[in-house]
Design a protein around this ligand. Structure first.
Ligand SMILES: *[C@@H]1O[C@H](CO)[C@@H](O)[C@H](O)[C@H]1NC(C)=O
Ligand SMILES: *[C@@H]1O[C@H](CO)[C@@H](O)[C@H](O)[C@H]1NC(C)=O
Ligand SMILES: *[C@@H]1O[C@H](CO)[C@@H](O)[C@H](O)[C@H]1NC(C)=O
Ligand SMILES: *[C@@H]1O[C@H](CO)[C@@H](O)[C@H](O)[C@H]1NC(C)=O
Ligand SMILES: *[C@@H]1O[C@H](CO)[C@@H](O)[C@H](O)[C@H]1NC(C)=O
Ligand SMILES: *[C@@H]1O[C@H](CO)[C@@H](O)[C@H](O)[C@H]1NC(C)=O
Ligand SMILES: [Zn+2]
Length: 255
């Protein structure tokens, strides 16, 4: 009798808490730092924005590679012709393109199917526009929980955060960011995984070239996230698709 009451109580409690987390489900790996000695991975979030080509060409000019964690529909819709073109340009230049979710939500606030949609919708766009599927995803704000790691694992994608933040998206001015880069380089880390944003004009105008020159002068190799981890950037690489009316962002009114 007592046991039955307890069981009912437990069932009611679990039902009110929503779906139960399956603790045994595989969890995606979370990479917070590079591992290959003497490498630095400069990363740029929140594009593909109007400055993506500037950043891509600046890296290329110095023989450096970078990584772009892009969205499907954040500042711009990934399927718009000019947006898709700048993404293809950076990809073809050999920079790594990775996922930053479809629409940049805080994944900790989403349920399982919403998290999966955020990954799969952008993977669909990557397959169409670039012909690849990425192995890496940076959760917006660096926020994740067990459910996020489990949904990521189900999509075979690993999570990547950072161990250095230029602060460019949270109001730190670029001279302060430069000082932070200077101090970090002076401490001679064996590797660095640096967060920047391609959407910040001062990052594009000043910080990228500053950081590239400083790291190269200090003897570091500027590589992609995959290279600094010794892993493959993509699950597959093939031909992009051809534009059709599925190349469209839902709720995107301006085209
Ligand atoms: C890492 O690379 C630096 C510079 O090439 C070198 O001086 C150092 O000995 C290396 N450290 C390790 C642990 O391999
Ligand atoms: C997830 O949230 C959406 C609403 O945003 C809802 O439609 C859906 O039923 C929820 N799914 C689960 C499994 O709770
Ligand atoms: C993940 O990888 C496994 C093993 O290679 C494969 O069987 C599975 O279909 C993949 N899942 C997705 C969503 O790609
Ligand atoms: C940048 O920030 C630093 C530290 O907060 C401050 O001392 C400096 O005056 C700022 N520079 C500009 C140009 O705003
Ligand atoms: C960073 O260091 C360089 C020397 O490597 C120096 O010229 C520059 O003034 C420093 N920048 C800041 C903002 O401290
Ligand atoms: C980006 O590149 C374009 C074309 O070269 C140039 O006109 C523009 O000033 C650059 N923007 C920034 C922020 O550097
Ligand atoms: Zn972001």
């Amino acid at each position: 009798m007592l046991r039955k009451t307890f069981t009912l109580l437990l069932a009611a409690l679990l039902a009110s808490a929503g779906p139960v987390l399956d603790r045994a489900a595989p969890k995606a790996v979370v990479y917070e730092s590079c591992v290959v000695n003497n490498t630095v991975a400069l990363t740029f979030d929140d594009g593909p924005y109007i400055y993506m080509t500037n950043v891509s060409e600046m890296l290329t000019q110095y023989g450096a590679k970078g990584t772009f964690f892009v969205n499907g529909n954040n500042y711009d819709c990934i399927y718009d012709e000019d947006v898709a073109a700048r993404l293809q340009h950076a990809y073809n230049a050999g920079h790594q393109i990775s996922s930053h979710t479809w629409s940049h939500p805080d994944l900790k606030k989403l349920n399982a199917s919403e998290i999966t949609d955020q990954i799969v919708s952008l993977n669909t766009a990557f397959k169409a526009v670039l012909g690849m599927r990425p192995n890496f995803l940076r959760p917006p704000y660096g926020n994740y929980n067990t459910l996020v790691r489990q949904q990521a694992a189900a999509q075979n994608i690993s999570l990547v955060t950072w161990d250095f933040d230029s602060g460019d998206s949270v109001g730190v001015n670029y001279t302060q960011s430069e000082t932070d880069y200077n101090n970090t380089i002076a401490s001679r880390p064996s590797t660095l995984l640096a967060l920047n944003h391609e959407t910040e004009v001062n990052t594009v105008k000043y910080l990228v070239e500053f950081a590239i020159k400083k790291f190269q002068a200090a003897g570091y190799k500027l590589v992609t996230v995959a290279e600094c981890l010794g892993l493959e950037p993509y699950a597959f690489v093939g031909q992009p698709g051809t534009r059709d009316d599925t190349w469209d962002c839902p709720d995107d009114d301006d085209n």
